[in-house]
Ligand binder design. Structure first.
Ligand code: PRP
Ligand code: GLN
Ligand code: SF4
Ligand code: MG
Length: 495
């Protein structure tokens, strides 16, 4: 997605895999990672990369573009080894450029290290000063490089038996509480790390033996372990096991996986999993907190219908991410669901300049009305979110041109009004349409008969209704909707 795109821009996807058999050569580890990255492609389309190792040498392939463009049968051959990590990037901390492609790979006095990161360090400026102050030269402005170099620093108090990697990771987590899901690969292990607030998603899976992949799920021994930003990356060859807990450090080795530590949040602070993963970012079949994203989106639609009912002939969605909420709204309000728009799946990244005319052209290239469901009908159109308000106006025009008699917009999330400091590129306050127009003014601005949002309480209720975490600690970041940031912070300068 280009920086000129409408809406929110995604984050990054991380993936790691380790084989438990046949070291040093486990033939399909790099393929498993590549397939995992493709399944996470929606999280970032700017660049991607994989680093693998067979326990002695490391192999790297990374570059700009989609996973399909970066990897081919030729360069995949060099990615040998029994474990590896991968990344697909949407840039937040610095330019979308070759030098900032992940994973970062460095040689340290204690061996080589590869790091892939989703998130953004909220206190990266302070951490950068600290790392530079210790005499380290950084080659980029990436907060992910900063993590890599901070881990390589020898602690001033020294280490008794060689490098204490868990101790270094723990120290970094205490210095920087937000936001990250990270995979860190050494020559014989991968550390899997989620920030203490659990702001970014991360989950664990078991790589199934070939026989299980063919015959279904027998509870046989793992052929390896995998970790991914979202469970949608586990396809049929990996069984979802559980989420990585907020603050957890897991060590994955050839012998299996074990929790090394769980780093606490400051006293009294709740977890802060990004609520927008449910609203928009994640694939609908991904699982967070014991529930499928689709079912939460459908529940948001039901809640929206309870809060903002309206009489009409047909309920439809702005595809893709509005679909589930539209089904929920239709069920709750007993109005039939119907497809109102078809989406051109070949319209990928848009390099169109953001002038009004061209934006409208772009929307009409992307969406076409389905006449039979639209002409002469009173419509309820559901979208998951309104950000700059660029998409909805031109769509309403298209629907009216196709003969809609009424168009009521229902938005399955609350108005977006505040910036995100945790790895999501939300437009500036001035660009967020909800900061200049309330729902009534926005309705007339975009040409709708009515326009209503889901309430913050309604969204939280829909998300938390069936959410389950091992320790019963559930909590969500809603900062872009409420201005209440996870650490009780009111502006970026306070971090
Ligand atoms: O108010 P705006 O600035 O126009 O942005 C809001 C739109 O952007 C997103 O869709 P997008 O087309 O990015 O992706 P999707 O196909 O996954 O819905 C979101 O789902 C809204 O439809
Ligand atoms: N979207 C992300 O998670 C980005 C990770 C990191 N901050 C980068 O810019 O590369
Ligand atoms: S501010 Fe919004 S987008 Fe950012 S982490 Fe919180 S809920 Fe997610
Ligand atoms: Mg959309």
């Amino acid at each position: 997605m280009s920086k000129n795109a409408t809406g929110l821009t995604h984050e990054c996807g991380v993936f790691g895999a380790i084989g438990t058999e046949f070291w040093p050569e486990n033939v399909d580890i790099s393929q498993i990672i590549m397939i995992g990255l493709e399944a996470l492609q929606h999280r970032g389309q700017e660049s991607s990369g994989i680093v693998t190792t067979n326990g002695t040498s490391f192999h790297t392939q990374k570059g700009m573009g989609l996973v399909r463009n970066v990897f081919n049968s030729e360069n995949m051959k060099k990615l040998q080894g029994s474990m590896g990590i991968g990344h697909t990037r949407y840039s937040t901390s610095c330019a979308s450029d070759q030098v900032n492609c992940q994973p970062f790979f460095v040689h340290s006095i204690h061996g080589s290290l590869a790091v892939a990161h989703n998130g953004e360090l909220v206190n990266k400026d302070g951490l950068r000063k600290m790392v530079l102050g210790r005499g380290v030269g950084l080659s980029t402005h990436s907060d992910s490089e900063l993590i890599t170099q901070a881990l390589c620093l020898n602690p001033p108090e020294g280490e008794i038996n060689g490098p204490n990697w868990p101790g270094r990771i723990k120290h970094l987590m205490q210095l920087s509480p937000l936001s990250y899901s990270i995979v860190i690969m050494l020559k014989d292990r991968i550390y899997v790390v989620r920030d203490p607030y659990g702001n970014r998603p991360l989950c664990l899976g078991k790589i199934l033996p070939i026989s299980d992949r063919v015959n279904g799920f027998n509870d046989t021994q793992a052929e390896g372990w995998a970790v991914a930003s979202e469970s949608c990356a586990f396809l049929t060859h990996i069984r979802y096991v559980r989420e990585v807990y907020p603050g957890e450090i897991i060590e994955m080795t050839r012998a299996g996986i074990k929790t090394i530590d769980i780093i606490d949040r400051p006293e009294g602070k709740a977890p802060a999993f990004c609520i927008f993963e449910y609203v928009y970012f994640a694939r609908p079949n991904s699982i967070f907190e014991g529930q499928e994203v689709y079912s939460v989106r459908a529940q948001c639609g039901r809640q929206l219908a309870i809060e903002n009912p309206v009489d009409a002939d047909i309920v439809g969605s702005v595809p893709e991410s509005g679909n589930a909420a539209a089904h929920g709204f239709a069920k709750q309000s007993n109005i039939p669901f119907g497809e109102l728009l078809t989406k051109n799946t070949y319209v990928g990244r848009s390099f169109i300049q953001p002038t009004t005319r061209l934006r409208q052209l772009n929307v009409s290239l992307k969406f076409s009305p389905i006449g039979v469901n639209v002409a002469g009908k009173r419509l309820i159109l559901i979208d998951d979110s309104i950000v700059r308000g660029n998409t909805i106006g031109p769509i309403i025009k298209l629907l009216r041109k196709a003969g809609a008699t009424e168009v009521h917009i229902r938005v399955a999330s609350p108005p977006l009004q505040h910036p995100c400091y945790m790895g999501i590129n939300i437009p500036t306050k001035e660009e967020l349409i909800a900061n200049s127009l309330d729902s009534t003014d926005l309705a007339s601005h975009v040409g709708a008969d009515s326009l209503e949002y889901l309430s913050v309480d309604g969204l939280v209720k829909a998300v938390q209704r069936n959410a389950k975490m091992e320790n019963n600690k559930i909590g969500h970041c809603t900062a872009c909707l409420t201005g209440e940031y996870p650490d009780g912070i009111s502006s970026k300068e306070d971090w």
